[in-house]
Write a protein that binds this ligand. Structure first.
Ligand code: ADP
Length: 546
């Protein structure tokens, strides 16, 4: 081998912040505080805070690989912690404060965290598990000043922690394969499992995230991750934005449409990312008053669950806002695929592409996809055949923390996503369902997501969930559970009429039940496992075999 004569530098998380602080000191970082005020800093300011935290942690004896947990919103201290912890060689473990107490206790124990940084507004999530905190936990540190709670370990504030530090340290040259952060899956389909990212995977993921067909970020952008920093590292935006020197707006805990819109307008946000519920609520709020218009329409990215085309269309046609539909998961850092145009569909008119935007799209470089059926054969790319999606790539998990031998990875090294998809001739995937949620009627599969999306097109339907109920002959049949829009009273027949002719006859739900609300997970996803439990003894009135 003739070895290339190029320098080799490890791909380190700290190098991203060092770059932004050195070359983009003019970019702004704005953080909305829990009480509605705004705090401002810069990339050098973030780096200074990060280095002071890193110094303090080192002084407390924190070692490489040690897990340091956070429970907080998108704020500048959380951003500084991202870099402080990973930068010094420890592992940043972001925990979702909206998880159930049992899950939080389980996650802290599983990760064996030694320090826990908490936003005071979510302290109840910690006090609720005070008697179950792991023995490994040495200190709880409040991210901002507040009365110190009584806990079975040392408690102090961030200010007190870093009071004696001057930020005069150099980031250590770590091995790029070292773990940098840890994120647990949100447990939609089971107990949470830890995904342990490396410096290398994080930097490569950020390089992919800024590309034109993904977040399209540059130095002139003002990027606002609405997706929380505990939800797959805010989809990598806290790394992607400083990599290109973009400004950042951190929305804090208030994610209601009015608060977000104020940030969009007043801070000149050009790019943002969030789950479908956030953008659906924003669209409804905008429509309620014709005066609510964007001065400069931002670009939005959506993922986490499928976005109904009606929302993409409303934003584009009524507000000039483009939404990019992306698919990902905790195990893939999260970026897996994006539905951006390519040569084959460049000339499609707006309506044709809008209809296509329901799909989750194609992988970007760094991710490879394969879809296999139950017999392990790759499926036809005909938009019809279903199979389980498998992923391989530079930022895809090779195993779970503490469960390295989890069967989620195939013998030939592909991560099994548990998502059931079709693939079309352009190579775009469409999520048909989670493997655990497909309704198996007479040995054939029915996509619960398709039924839900069609039902939600009914004007009086606020939310819909399709779940299987037991059937003596067909094993399972679909039941549609509907939350009507407030003040409306739709009939089962009118809802079923919106599905009629759009799906095969045998896909039609056998019954419609109305409920006031549906169970949601801590990341705002429909919690099907819980809903199925509630309806597990449901008996269909008549045998409507189709
Ligand atoms: P959890 O699996 O615990 O919900 P994640 O946040 O990692 O946690 O979710 C990943 C899953 O979310 C994917 O496997 C997929 O089922 C779903 N998902 C993500 N993006 C989309 C999307 N654009 N459309 C449909 N489903 C999506």
């Amino acid at each position: 081998m003739l070895r290339g004569l190029m320098q080799e530098h490890p791909l380190l998380v700290s190098s991203i912040l060092a770059h932004a602080a050195k070359h983009h000191p003019g970019a702004k970082i704005v953080a909305a505080t829990p009480d509605g005020a705004r705090e401002r800093t810069t990339w050098p300011g973030v780096q200074q805070e990060a280095k002071r935290i890193a110094q303090a942690l080192a002084r407390r004896g924190v070692q490489g690989g040690e897990r340091i947990a956070t429970l907080g919103w998108n704020c500048q201290h959380h951003l500084a912690l991202y870099y402080a912890v990973s930068g010094m060689g420890a592992v940043l473990h972001t925990v979702n404060p909206r998880l159930f107490a049992d899950q939080i206790a389980y996650i802290l124990e599983d990760a064996q965290d030694t320090h826990l940084f908490v936003d005071p507004s979510v302290l109840p999530a910690v006090t609720a598990v005070a008697d179950r905190l792991p023995k490994s936990l040495r200190a709880v540190i409040l991210m901002r000043d507040a009365p110190l709670p009584d806990l079975p370990c040392e408690v102090l504030t961030l200010d007190a922690l870093i009071a004696g530090e001057d930020g005069g340290m150099a980031w250590p040259a770590l091995d790029e394969r070292a773990a940098s952060s840890l994120c647990y899956t949100s447990g939609t389909t089971g107990m949470p499992k830890g995904v342990l990212y490396s410096h290398r995977s994080t930097v490569l993921h950020a390089m992919a995230a800024v590309q034109p067909d993904v977040f399209a970020l540059g130095a002139l952008d003002v990027s606002m991750p609405v997706v929380p920093m505990f939800h797959v590292n805010a989809w990598g935006i806290p790394y992607a934005a400083p990599m290109v020197g973009a400004s950042m707006v951190l929305p804090g805990p208030r994610l209601d449409p009015a608060s977000l819109f104020a940030l969009f307008e007043e801070e000149g946000v050009t790019a943002s990312a969030g789950v479908p519920t956030i953008w659906t609520m924003l669209l409804q709020w905008l429509r309620a008053d014709p005066a609510r218009r964007f001065t400069q329409p931002p670009r939005l990215v959506v993922g986490g669950t499928a976005l109904p085309v009606a929302v993409t269309e409303g934003f584009l046609k009524e507000y000039g806002v483009e939404i990019l539909h992306a698919w990902g998961m905790t195990e893939i850092s999260p970026l897996g695929s994006v539905n951006a145009r390519k040569a084959e569909n460049a000339d499609w008119d707006q309506d044709r592409f809008l209809a296509y935007s329901r799909k989750q799209g194609r992988p970007q470089f760094g991710v490879d996809l394969r879809v296999r059926d139950a017999e392990g054969r790759e499926i036809a790319h005909d938009d019809l055949a279903f199979g389980e999606l498998e992923v391989q790539g530079h930022w895809t998990a090779a195993g779970y923390f503490n469960h390295e031998r989890d069967p989620a990875v195939t013998g030939d090294g592909w991560f099994r996503t548990g998502d059931v998809v079709t693939v079309d001739a352009l190579g775009s995937i469409e999520i048909v369902d989670r493997a655990k949620d497909v309704i198996k009627s007479g040995g054939e599969w029915i996509s619960s997501i398709t039924l839900e999306n069609l039902a939600m097109a009914h004007p009086d339907v606020q939310l819909a969930a399709a779940i299987p109920v037991a059937h003596p002959k067909w094993d399972e049949r679909p039941l549609l559970v509907v939350v009507p829009r407030p003040g409306t009273n739709p009939t089962p027949e009118s809802i079923l009429a919106t599905l009629e002719g759009k799906v095969a006859k045998w896909w039609m739900p056998d019954a419609v039940e109305f409920v006031e609300s549906l169970p949601m997970t801590a990341t705002g996803k429909l919690w099907k496992a819980e809903l199925k439990k509630r309806f597990k003894d449901y008996v269909l009135e008549k045998d409507t075999v189709r």
